[in-house]
Design a binder for this molecule. Structure first.
Ligand code: PGA
Length: 259
């Protein structure tokens, strides 16, 4: 059985002190809980990565991911952060292609394919995000859009590298809106994505790859979303900024994993 993953995406929130407080609160609560069976990943803004990788090392209770990286390897690219720099801080995951990056920073599937390559070359796992906007869903184009995002941005990876990737389905109309996809809508798209992985790779890759749901996933709806057969956990935005909610979501994911 695939293990579940709960990844928190803090986005551009929290001062250093607030981040420190949140992560300590989270660790205390993780302590109180029975052993977490799901994999927990925390994706803070760049300046807080080292604080978190240090805590990860001490506590071994979560993994650390970045929210973005450069498509370039190194050099004169002012303001960019390379995948190699992230790896040198012991970061193991990197979100690539979040809809906010696609929308506000003009990141195309082609740029994202390069970012995915940098992440893989540096032995990290990309959490590659896909998802349609409301008009595309209403026009019945959601499958087509997600297929194109996967084919152009992720499926260039070879058969071995795809095993390092995680996919996050985040319908854009559900992100930060309080409007969650129904468990049926999530399951339908996740099953479709898994089928695409099978067609492009093989059954073993399709069985292995983790597909997370994101978009207003919270402590109230996590269990019903994560109980769907093809939903392997969640990418959590706003609810990851509250330790109580985030740990509750992790606990719900862990409960759904059989011993
Ligand atoms: P949300 O964000 O949980 O606040 O909707 C999810 C995401 O953007 O990853």
């Amino acid at each position: 059985m695939r293990s579940k993953i709960v990844a928190g995406n803090w986005k551009m929130n929290l001062t250093f002190d607030e981040a420190d407080e949140l992560v300590n609160d989270m660790l205390d609560r993780l302590d109180e809980e029975h052993e977490m069976k799901c994999e927990v990943i925390v994706c803070p803004p760049f300046p807080y990565l080292e604080m978190l990788t240090d805590m990860e090392y001490e506590e071994q209770k979560f993994n650390v991911g970045a929210q973005n990286c450069s498509a370039y390897d190194k050099g004169a690219y002012t303001g960019e952060v390379s995948a190699k720099m992230l790896k040198s801080l012991d970061v193991d995951y990197c979100i690539i292609g979040h809809s906010e990056r696609r929308k506000y920073f003009g990141e195309t599937n082609e740029i994202l394919a390069e970012k995915v390559n940098r992440v893989i070359e540096n032995n990290m796992s990309p959490i590659y995000c896909v998802g349609e906007v409301l008009e595309e869903r209403e026009a019945g184009r959601h499958f087509e859009v997600v297929k194109e995002q996967l084919e152009k941005g992720l499926f260039h990876l070879d058969g071995d590298a795809i095993y390092d990737a995680i996919i996050a389905y985040e319908p854009v109309w559900a992100i930060g809106t309080g409007k969650t996809a129904t468990p049926e809508q999530a399951q339908e798209m996740h099953a479709y994505i898994r089928q695409l992985v099978k067609e492009h790779y093989d059954q073993a890759a399709a069985d292995d790859i983790r597909i997370l749901y994101g978009g207003s996933c919270n402590a109230k709806n996590a269990t019903e979303l994560f109980s769907q057969p093809d939903v392997d956990g969640g990418l959590i935005g706003s609810a990851s900024l509250k330790a109580e909610d985030f740990v509750s979501i992790c606990k719900q994911a862990s409960k759904l994993m059989k011993d």
